[in-house]
Ligand binder design. Structure first.
Ligand SMILES: NC(=O)C1=CN([C@@H]2O[C@H](COP(=O)(O)OP(=O)(O)OC[C@H]3O[C@@H](n4cnc5c(N)ncnc54)[C@H](O)[C@@H]3O)[C@@H](O)[C@H]2O)C=CC1
Ligand SMILES: O=C(O)[C@@H](O)CS(=O)(=O)O
Ligand SMILES: [Zn+2]
Length: 435
């Protein structure tokens, strides 16, 4: 059976992308030419902010005073889980040294970048968790200089809990600037920040586009744009929980797709009836976001069986993937394209988003086809080295000379020749590459 769409989206992540591209390129060009003054003028324009840019120790302490004790304990709990998971990731990356042939020694080293710029979104919600996810992984990787930028909320500046979390997790600099101007400031090294070697973190379509355009000049973790989520549910799933979980991720923004893929039409129809009721009960901002996301971006798809459900999911390559179906081990083994996988009703995307330990900065808009989410690995350069004894490199030198000559690269060949003639003056070699 072909997939049947009970609900098909009018829009996709690519809708409006051309105008976003033009807007972002213009802002980047202005800031590159106009420097700090231009960046500040965009902060004023988009975020109505005219205050201090980089927070000093007093501002950080003042922010900490405003965070309730219970929330501090929750941030500490979440930070510990994220840190432990990141440390295990770090431990899974090994330096090694091997003797490829006698006297020919080669190795791999993992070296953290020197400066990271972490984008912490803050336009619609105060993404405390994004500060924890980006800064903690950078710290565990061993990055020496970690900058954070986040949009100020008008005169009030960055939300105190974001400042508190970023500082607790190890941020060295906190910049009150969001959007394209924040990314540009960290990339170009404005406001005395070190020029970032890599920019990481999620954000809206303007932030994602800035990262796409700047890729190459600066390292980019991935393009993490508007959140998307897919739920795979069979007839045994609890329709109420499926509906609540879909709504939980539709509240991110007007353009956050949620998809339900199931082989049970009754479940699908129950969920479709329930979702609008749940959305109607949300607070105003959340309700507006989720209403538009459900109306314009959500899809409900009926498949013949679990194999077709899995294939459909892999085609969507969702950022978050939830399975509420029997035989979780089968799904874990079968599914191939997702940012983060949530197996069973007992866990949920919200846990991973906020506190369970896996990272929530994840590939969106189908990029889970080719990458995973933010991890310690993204901050690490995997580099190689070698050394050799004269005898160990003798055969390499001969092969290098002949291969180079066949390629027409005489300079390369001579770097090998000179060594063979120096170390083995009494020997003759056929290094012509034509023998
Ligand atoms: N993929 C992931 O791992 C995660 C993704 N997200 C996503 O991050 C996004 C956060 O978005 P926001 O709340 O908007 O916060 P944001 O911090 O990404 O964007 C706010 C900034 O957008 C800029 N902006 C707003 N309107 C603009 C315009 N017309 N032209 C140019 N710049 C403009 C402003 O400079 C403002 O500072 C959501 O889409 C959410 O789904 C959030 C957390 C994790
Ligand atoms: O991972 C994401 O995209 C988000 O769902 C994270 S958060 O809920 O906005 O913290
Ligand atoms: Zn979320």
């Amino acid at each position: 059976m072909a997939r049947v769409y009970l609900k098909k989206a009018e829009k996709t992540a690519k809708t409006d992308s051309a105008s976003v591209q033009h807007t972002v390129q213009t802002i980047l060009d202005d800031i590159e030419q106009g420097g700090e003054a231009a960046a500040k003028s965009y902060a004023l324009k988009f975020d109505k902010y005219d205050g201090p840019m980089v927070l000093d120790a007093a501002a950080i302490a003042a922010a900490a005073d405003k965070v309730p004790q219970k929330l501090k304990a929750d941030i500490a709990f979440a930070h510990e889980n994220i840190r432990k998971f990141a440390e295990a990731q770090r431990g899974s990356m090994q330096d090694f040294e091997m003797e490829v042939r006698p006297g020919l020694i080669e190795g791999q080293r993992t070296i953290p970048v020197r400066a990271a710029g972490c984008y912490v979104p803050g336009g619609r919600y105060s993404h405390i968790a994004s500060a924890m996810m980006t800064v903690t992984t950078a710290k565990v990787a061993g990055v020496q200089n970690i900058s954070v930028c986040s949009p100020p909320q008008g005169d009030a500046g960055i939300a105190p809990a974001i400042i508190y979390a970023a500082h607790l997790c190890g941020a060295d600099n906190i910049l009150s600037m969001g959007g394209v101007q924040g990314v540009a400031a960290m990339t170009f090294g404005l406001f005395d920040l070190p020029k970032a070697d890599i920019i990481v973190g999620p954000g809206n379509q303007f932030v994602a586009e800035a990262k796409r355009i700047l890729f190459g000049r600066v390292g980019i973790d991935m393009i993490a744009g508007p959140t998307d989520s897919l739920i795979l549910a069979d007839g045994a799933a609890d329709a109420e929980i499926v509906a609540v979980d879909l709504v939980s991720q539709a509240e991110h923004g007007y353009n956050s797709p949620v998809w339900l893929v199931t082989d049970d039409e009754t479940l699908a129809k129950t969920v479709m009836d329930r979702v609008p009721e749940l959305i109607a009960n949300l607070p105003e901002l959340n309700r507006e976001n989720a209403t538009a996301a459900w109306r314009d971006y959500a899809e409900v798809i009926i498949c013949a069986d679990r194999e077709e459900m899995a294939a459909t999911s892999d085609d969507y390559a969702p950022e978050h993937l939830t399975v509420q179906a029997a035989d979780l081990d089968w799904w874990l083994e079968r599914l191939q394209c997702y940012g983060s996988l949530f197996l069973g009703e007992e866990t949920t995307v919200s846990y991973g988003d906020k506190a369970s330990g896996t990272n929530h900065v994840l590939p969106t808009s189908g990029s889970a086809r080719y990458t995973g989410g933010l991890s310690v690995h993204k901050y690490m350069k995997v580099v190689t080295w070698q050394r050799a004894t004269r005898d160990g490199a003798k055969q390499v030198a001969e092969a290098t000379a002949r291969i180079s000559r066949l390629e027409g690269m005489e300079g390369h060949a001579r770097a090998a020749d000179v060594r063979l003639h120096k170390y083995y003056p009494d020997e003759s070699f056929d290094l012509s590459g034509t023998a």
